[in-house]
Ligand binder design. Sequence first.
Ligand code: B4P
Length: 193
Amino acid sequence: MFNLILFGPPGSGKGTQSANITDTYQLQHVSTGDLLRDEVSRKTPLGVEAKKYMDQGLLVPDEVVIGMISSKIDDTPEARGFIFDGFPRTKAQAEALDKLLEFKNTEIHLVLALEVPEVELIKRLVGRGATSGRSDDNEEVIVKRIKEYHAKTEPVAGYYFAQGKLERIKGDGTIDETFKLLSKEVDKYLLPA
Ligand code: B4P
C-alpha cells in the first residue's frame, strides 16, 4: 500500500492534480473538501454544521473531519493506496491520520507540497468562482481561507518535514507541467497502474 498526501494552500491545484494522480496510479482519492461539500448538498446534520465554517473561509472542526476520514478509509480496504487531498489541514489531523494508518499497519509514505504565489492563488480561485457556484470562492472569503492556511495548516508541512517525508513542488506552471513534477516524485515509489 502506498499513501500520499497532496498538500498546499487553497487553489494550489490539490483537487486538479489529485484527479490526474488517481487516474495514473489508481489510488483511492480522499478529498475532505469534496466529502464536506457532499454533506452540505445533502443537508445532513454534519453538512449543516460544516457549512457555517466553510462559508466563512474557516476550517471545519478537527473531530468532524477526522470521523469522516476514518469511515472513508474503512470503506475501501482493498485500495492500492490512498491520496489524501486537503487533509490533514492541522497538526491534530496529521497526528490522528498517523494513528489511523498505524492501526491498519501502514503509514504515509510521501507528502508533496505545492507552492504557488498568493496572487496566482487568488486569481485562480476568483476565476473558479465565476462558474463553480461555490459559496467560498469570492475574494473576501478566499483571503480568509489563505489566512487560515498560514495560521493552522502551514505548520503541518513542518510535521512531515521532521519525518523526512516532505517534497516541495513548484505549482505555478501549467497543469501538465505541474503533473510532470509530481509524477517524477511518485514514480520513485510506485509505477503507473
Ligand atoms: P478544498 O475543497 O480542499 O479546496 P481548495 O483549498 O479550494 O482548493 P484546491 O487546492 O483543491 O484547488 P483546485 O485544484 O480546485 O477546501 C474547501 C474548504 O473545505 C476549506 O476552506 C475548509 O473550510 C473545508 N475543508 C476541507 N478540508 C478540510 C479539513 N481537512 N479540515 C477542515 N476543513 C476542511 O484549483 C483551484 C482552481 O485553480 C481551479 O479552478 C483549477 O482549475 C485552477 N488550477 C489548478 N491548477 C492550475 C494551474 N496549474 N494553472 C492554472 N489554473 C489552475
